[in-house]
Design a protein around this ligand. Structure first.
Ligand code: ATP
Length: 485
């Protein structure tokens, strides 16, 4: 059987229902699925833990013991989702999407057994099925006691099928719900960036490259450009290039003809067509392969693209806004990214600084903004309040995950507090400056300084060593290794 023919089964471990007093239950959903319905080439059982989930290991062992012919087919996958997030659709979705996209590169069919897992996990399966446009089936089982023949039954759940991609990996701004001006908080530190963006938006079709660390608001800024431009009535489509392999990315961007490859049962339009007249946001552009770099360069030069399997090119009418968290110039210098594509993309360049460089008033303004925005979103009668001690910790914290981390924090405080936030309500790493992840620790700052010095000197270690004041290059090398920079 070729890799492309594989039929994959995915499911979360049912931490309670698959076990009884810590031992695997043969009446649990996962064991039962194997007993009655498993016809797959591979079963990936997901655990939300970062690693060493003893329950997952026990379940895998038991399944391999009871169904020995499936030993090579059953595997576990650790998804590393913080405990608070297993009930958070927004936190779960990107991780599940990335997994599905990874698997879709080789799988012909992805079946998801949706019964095990939290309600949020089930919602995410639905959203992914309707949003990603992958060959996915959602399966549920009906227990034997509820069926006519006293045997468990398999039911395929039909979630609403939509041709409009709505996922985080591929998002479309619907024209009837345009973003509000108030969604964009333009703080003092961001003001120069946003005024440049406004000028770019007023210039028809100029290509733009946004650089900045993860969570600094690159996509947000791209939407702003779209929103301010005269393309606003047309779609904004965002594609995460790093989540897709070459062939999938190519067929998603340019579309494909019927029969262009195995499984291409009908002609499908790509994002260049779907975003016609609008804006295409290519996120993580620094991660695309040399082949895709060359293909994209041709499209930008000729303003035309050819769907996979087609002979005639089509006119491209999109504004491209690309983004990356990688220093792209350095990637060009190292030969990993083409200079010619870099210059085509960076006709206008924008840089979003990390939160730690934006100053305290900016951070405070963002906190205020999200407190208000999330109060509205969660329909809370009152805005969050912070005790003086909690406020002080927030002021000191550097938010290495940038605006996204700050926004997620405010969201979770609305969910997990009753409206007043004290020190004890803040995450551990904020409360305990000694925890390994804490930005209060010297190591955190040292790592950040090394990272910036290397970036500034384009990776030149001896210049970075001088600037950082290390006695020898070996000290710098040791730190780089220790901090996994
Ligand atoms: N100026 C801003 N005003 C309001 N919200 C913002 C602003 N900047 C960023 N955000 C919010 O912060 C979150 C992260 O922003 P965004 O997804 O644009 O970051 P990013 O740099 O594209 O991240 P990544 O590189 O990880 O994809 C989003 O929810 C976004 O709405």
């Amino acid at each position: 059987m070729s890799k492309n023919d594989s039929k994959i089964l995915l499911s979360w471990i049912a931490s309670n229902n698959d076990f009884d007093k810590g031992e695997v239950k043969t009446s649990g959903p996962t064991w039962q699925f194997h007993q009655y319905f498993f016809t797959h080439d591979r079963h990936i059982i997901l655990s939300s833990k970062p690693d060493e989930d003893i329950r997952l290991e026990k379940l895998l062992n038991r399944l391999m013991l009871d169904f020995p012919d499936r030993r090579d087919k059953i595997e576990g996958r650790y998804m590393n989702i913080p405990d608070n997030d297993v009930i958070n659709v927004f936190a779960l979705k990107p991780k599940v999407e990335a997994l599905l996209l990874e698997l879709s590169a080789t799988a012909k069919q992805i079946d998801v057994f949706i019964s095990p897992g939290t309600p949020a996990m089930q919602v995410v399966w639905y959203l992914c099925q309707s949003g990603l446009g992958l060959p996915m089936r959602l399966l549920q089982t009906r227990e034997a006691k509820f069926t006519q023949n006293n045997l468990p039954e398999l039911i395929a759940v039909e979630a609403e099928q939509s041709t409009i991609p709505i996922s985080v990996v591929v998002r479309q701004q619907l024209n009837d719900s345009p973003e509000q001006e108030s969604d964009y908080l333009i703080t003092d530190a961001l003001s120069p960036v946003y005024s440049r963006a406004k000028r770019i938006s007023e210039t028809e079709r100029v290509t733009c490259l946004i650089q900045g660390a993860s969570g600094t608001g690159k996509e947000h800024l791209a939407r702003y450009i779209h929103q301010q431009s005269n393309r606003v009535k047309r779609p904004f489509i965002a594609v995460n290039c790093s989540a897709l392999g070459d062939s999938l990315l190519e067929s998603r961007l340019f579309g494909h003809e019927k029969g262009a490859f195995t499984g291409a049962e009908k002609a499908t339009e790509g994002f260049f067509d779907a975003a016609k007249g609008g804006t295409l946001f290519l996120d993580e552009i620094g991660d695309i392969s040399p082949y895709m770099q060359q293909t994209l360069l041709r499209v930008l030069q000729e303003q035309e693209f050819t769907p996979v399997g087609a002979t005639k090119p089509r006119k491209a009418d999109v504004r491209i806004v690309a983004a990356t968290h990688k220093p792209l110039r350095q990637a060009c210098q190292n030969g990993q990214f083409r200079w010619d594509l870099f210059y085509r993309l960076s006709v206008a360049e924008l840089y979003l600084p990390p939160l730690s460089e934006r100053g305290l008033p900016d951070k405070q303004a963002l906190i205020k903004h999200f407190v208000k925005a999330k109060q509205k979103a969660f329909r809370k009668p009152n805005p969050l309040k912070f005790t003086t001690a909690a406020k002080k910790l927030l002021d000191m914290y550097l938010f290495p995950g940038n605006v996204r981390e700050l926004e997620n924090l405010i969201e979770s405080l609305y969910v997990f507090t009753d409206g007043t936030v004290d020190v004890a309500d803040l995450p551990d790493w904020l409360q305990h400056p000694d925890s390994p992840e804490s930005s209060f620790k010297w190591e955190f700052h040292e790592k950040e300084l090394i990272r910036r010095a290397l970036q500034y000197f384009n990776g030149n270690k001896s210049k970075a060593k001088e600037a950082l004041g290390y006695g020898s290059i070996n000290t710098l090398m040791d730190r780089i290794k220790e901090y996994k920079i």
